[in-house]
Design a protein around this ligand. Sequence first.
Ligand code: F6P
Length: 529
Amino acid sequence: MNDWQALRDHHRMVADRPILTLFDDNRAKAFSARADGLLFDFSKTNICDTGLDLLLQLAEGADLATKRDAMFSGARINETEHRAVLHTALRNMNDPVLVDGVDVTVALRETHARMQAFARDVRSGAFAGQGGRITDVVNIGIGGSDLGPAMAAIALSPYAEDLRTHFVSNVDGAHIADVLKGLDPATTLVIVASKTFTTIETMTNAETAKAWMAQGVAEPATQFAAVSTAADKTAAFGIDPSRVFGFEDWVGGRYSMWGPIGLALMLAIGPEEFDEFLAGGAAMDAHFRDADLSKNLPVLLALVGIWHNQICDYATRAVLPYEQRLARLPAYLQQLEMESNGKRVSMDGVDLAVHSGPVVWGEPGTNGQHAFYQLIHQGTRVIPCEFLVGREGHEPELAHQHRLLVANCLAQSEALLRGRSLEQATEIQRKKGLEGPELDRQARHRVFPGNRPSTTLCYLKLTPFVLGQIVALYEHRVFVEGVILGINSYDQWGVELGKELALALQPILEGASAEGKDGSTRQLVDFLR
Ligand code: F6P
């Protein structure tokens, strides 16, 4: 706790310091780091040399390097589920990793090769539906079996060719009804993606899809594939083992898009581009393992996060991609960060002495600017912002629009930093002809407090490689934050209670007695059933 106390003491001394005053000729360079074409700039935060040293001490005090190496080596660091955490092996299948003495990469390579062959067959038409070449792929999954590939399919749409990919997750029948409307069962491939193959939403939607398929083709099961750790359950559902792609329980759901859960993405962009995505992830792994902590992107992102959340007490973190195709990145990160680090006890079951991870939210710029940035600029709470922006878009003919996008991104972080003082606002209003009390009143509404922290992650262009780097960067950031907080980032017990109660409520909604339920729940049941 000494390291935490030292940081809190330091924060108390510097809390009101204008970030702008920290800038000298060297600050931007000193408070940023690069890795394989990425630039992470955290100079627009209230972290100074002393603060950074103290944050790095916190990381070292938590034995970060040893724990990082333990994760990569296949140690069972997910202690409440007694599992290794090896999503990193999915993107680097050439270096052996032993779990219980067995090199797990052998099976990974075999499954990867099967996925590639299947993807090539579907894309070439060698694997066809009963009405001809597959035109549409529907991925049915939820949480980690949906958000990763769904986010990436949009992000990498410039690399997707003929196949259309769709994602169904919600148990709300409206979701699957809307997706299937207009699709032809005879040329549609359905992927049932579920690590456990028991998730109620996914299995319910899978049955609905099966019934829909049966109306259009004679042998519906032949147009289903499955991605799961539960081979017995995929067989019971009727999916031929040749179209079942398995993975091990040491791949956490929200970390699983690199392996078979990424099948829909591989179908969309092709095996070669998918391998580029893996290579980007592997490049970030190498950086995370090798770079000095003080220049290590995942470590720095995590330390900035700890500074803002646990030390400054800013409860939320806005993720603001200036890249329309990263529209689902905030939703993806919500699961990655909040399911991983939203814990109340440390690894040994003791109540946390500090807050757990922040609320993560966001929308792409520039849309967010016309919606919620008002509160970010002038609201009473401080919201640290994480901007993401690329040097180049995929539409060279619209380069002028890309410049406008970049200008907006940079303008926002500059505005948050500088703000606009009452004197400046008054001067502007005076020039417009206002005077007296009205001048003062109008000027006050136009003050921006400024001194609001932000970071910016720059990349060259949103390629599969770069997306791989970004996703792996955030994964490792979550890991580092988890290590510093002393929690298990790889379980998710907090989702269980709601699942159990939903099962119990189903019969009540069908007419069974609601006895034992609280008054509010009884009233809601009465209204809704
Ligand atoms: O309910 C949470 C969760 O277990 C996530 O962790 C997981 O990504 C999601 O459900 C889906 O689980 P599955 O892949 O087993 O269907």
